[in-house]
Design a protein around this ligand. Structure first.
Ligand SMILES: [Zn+2]
Length: 194
């Protein structure tokens, strides 16, 4: 059996860059890599995964209600390994399918995503990866105060927001990775340093 791996971090912790470098490394070593990305809207087809440091790659997308194995069976059989970015948006069933791909199809599955939302609640995909992944890695990100950032704080013009819907699409500029202390005290830095 192959392994299911989960690498988590906050927003801005270079997870996507690490995922794309992993893909590059595997391709350079001669492996056929299937790159997947769950989408929270109903787009079909492909999406460009782009990291802030400038590297990008084309991924196949699936929405939360689709079976990964059902939709990508031929691609799974053709590939040597699978990389999933933004894996937090996957459903429990999809994580179990990724586990099955590692176990029964014997393809290593490397997943990358956020651990928790802006209220420190698990994303469904991340929760089940903590239960089923063989290997779990954390990517460090430093809060502006120097502590390790663990919260993807959401904010608006009035400061940090502590309530609201789990997912608001296309608003990456309204999040900031903070340590727990800064999050609890409402310290956004840059905007309001204290
Ligand atoms: Zn801090």
């Amino acid at each position: 059996m192959a392994k299911l791996e989960f690498t988590y971090g906050t927003m801005g912790s270079s997870k996507t860059a690490i995922a794309l470098m992993k893909r590059f490394d595997l391709i350079e070593s001669g492996f056929n890599v299937l790159l997947l990305k769950p989408t929270t809207d109903n787009r079909d087809g492909t999406a460009i995964i782009k990291s802030r440091i400038g590297i990008s790659a084309e991924a196949k997308v699936n929405d939360k209600n689709e079976s990964i194995i059902g939709k990508f069976l031929s691609e799974i059989l053709d590939c040597d390994c699978i990389i999933v970015d933004e894996v937090q948006f996957s459903s429990k069933e999809q994580i179990l399918q990724l586990k099955q791909i590692a176990e029964e199809f014997d393809r290593p599955v490397y997943t990358y995503g956020l651990r928790t939302d802006f209220k420190l609640n698990f994303f469904e995909g991340s929760e089940y990866l903590f239960k089923y992944a063989d290997t779990i890695n954390g990517v460090e990100k430093t809060c502006e105060c120097g502590n390790e950032a663990i919260v993807n704080a959401r904010y608006d013009d009035n400061g940090i927001v502590y309530e609201g819907d789990k997912i608001i699409l296309g608003n990456n500029d309204k999040y900031k990775a903070l340590c727990y202390t800064c999050y609890k005290k409402g310290r956004l830095h840059g905007k309001k340093r204290n």
